[in-house]
Design a protein around this ligand. Structure first.
Ligand code: FAD
Length: 415
């Protein structure tokens, strides 16, 4: 389908009835070379299987609608400001893929590199920011240390003069920013569908068919489908789906909430994160302040949260940006997070042959979507991990080779 100003005008005058579907809506076939379960990162994996490896007999099975999981529920922040050598190159690859996304997929995802600033409030935090910034620069990412004076000019609405935790400066990644999350799903779905990948919505996987230690297909609410290989990318449902194969994961499911206010005039240059509490904020293109904080603090599979978390997040807001006390809140929502025990993800082959697992994204997996899909496709198509995801192994918890970016240990609420 071609888009033009003339087409928009003529469709507008004729009730918008002539637009075609932008991706196909096929019936499931009886068999595929690869089945990907979950249409978040899974949709990206489906696209890269076809685009990079010419594996086109692929189905992406989604129990709800495209992007109905965390992919359509997050606060849209992208960045690669990581410290550890196992994480940094992977997230930098993702940021580079975001930078090419719109041109490559010919889809406007509103990739907006407005920058992300992590505030620091003490000398020790400043030192830690310098170290992280240097690690980022060494691996080819961008990082700038902001002193208080420069930060005051960039973020005049932060409380510099009367704060419980005085703001001393920030670590800025100018290439960080936000991307419209739904558009990412739509862009991948359209491009994948064009290459022959079947996106099958309203199709829940209820069983994994395993014969002699090998995964050979799936049971679904729309019948059994055979597969050469199966990749599970289901985030907060990871434990439930992998249980179908008898596997227990080092993952807990927790709720994370997000909040948005009424539209305000521009008051933030990009994303800002509080360094002395769990709070972060950005401003959407419509002017709403989009913000969030920590987990709700209990295990759950519910896609909604509770009021104590709201209070805690708003306390963080008031601590650094008191002007927010006068903004009216419009909406809040929740997503089910797949919290791994070291805060880092898993992209790996499982002990069951031809069954692959992608998960443990905690609350930072949206920015990983392109690299996660890219590396999952690489693993499934070639049988070997991609060099930038080679450490995201399932058995690292047994081996004791944790990738503990925050040094928080096995405590999901602290990651
Ligand atoms: C409030 C909130 C704010 C966040 N903010 C950010 C942020 O600013 N930046 C960032 O990088 N990350 C953020 N995240 C995290 C990010 O959204 C997730 O890590 C990421 O989207 C995970 O993608 P995914 O594809 O693994 O999961 P999902 O998008 O949840 O996809 C998994 C899919 O699997 C489907 N599924 C589950 N079970 C089955 C089954 N049995 N059969 C078929 N399909 C199934 C689900 O319906 C779902 O659509 C946030 C998350 C939340 C909730």
């Amino acid at each position: 389908m071609r888009y033009s100003a003339l087409r928009i005008l003529s469709q507008g005058l004729s009730g918008n009835r002539g637009w075609e579907r932008i991706w196909r809506d096929p019936e499931p076939k009886t068999s595929y070379d690869v089945i990907v379960i979950g249409a978040g990162h899974g949709m990206a994996a489906g696209y890269y299987l076809a685009a990079n490896h010419d594996v086109r007999n692929v189905a992406v099975l989604e129990k709800g609608w495209l992007g109905s999981g965390n992919t359509g529920r997050n606060t849209t922040i992208i960045r690669s400001n990581y410290l550890l050598p196992e994480n940094q190159p992977f997230y930098e690859l993702s940021l580079q893929l975001w930078e090419q996304f719109e041109q490559k997929l010919n889809f406007n995802a509103m990739v907006s590199q407005r920058g992300i600033i992590n505030l620091f409030h003490s000398d020790a935090q400043r030192d830690a920011s310098v170290r992280r910034g240097n690690a980022m620069l060494l691996s080819g990412a961008d990082a700038v240390l902001l002193d208080e004076g420069r930060l005051r000019k960039m973020c005049p609405y932060l409380d510099f003069d009367n704060a419980r935790f005085p703001i001393r400066g920030g670590l800025w990644q100018p290439r960080g920013g936000t991307v419209r999350h739904d558009a990412v799903s739509w862009g991948y779905a359209r491009a994948a569908s064009k290459l022959g990948v079947d996106l099958i919505q309203n199709c829940e996987v209820t069983g994994l068919v395993i014969e002699q230690g090998r995964c050979v297909g799936v049971e679904t609410t729309r019948g059994r489908i055979a597969a050469g290989k199966v990749a599970v990318c289901v985030a907060g449902s990871s434990s439930r789906v992998m249980k179908l194969a008898g596997l227990k994961l080092p993952i807990e499911s927790h709720v994370l909430q997000a909040f948005v206010t009424e539209g305000l005039k521009p008051c933030l240059p990009g994303v800002v994160t509080f360094g002395a509490g769990h709070f972060y904020i950005s401003q959407s293109d419509k002017g709403g302040l989009v913000f969030g904080g920590g987990l709700d603090g209990y295990n759950s599979y519910a896609q909604r949260g509770n009021l104590p978390a709201l209070e805690d997040v708003c306390e963080g807001a008031m601590a650094i940006m008191p002007m927010m006390g006068r903004a009216r809140m419009l909406r809040m929502w929740g997503g089910v997070m797949d919290m791994s025990m070291d805060g880092s993800p898993i992209i790996d082959q499982t002990p069951i042959k031809n069954l692959y697992f992608n998960g443990g994204w905690c609350y930072g997996g949206f920015k990983a979507t392109p690299a996660s899909g890219y590396c999952t496709a690489h693993l499934v198509a070639t049988g070997t991990p991609h060099e930038h995801a080679a450490d995201f192994r399932l058995d690292r918890f047994q081996r004791g080779h944790l990738i503990d970016e925050k040094g928080a240990g096995a405590q999901p609420n602290l990651h």
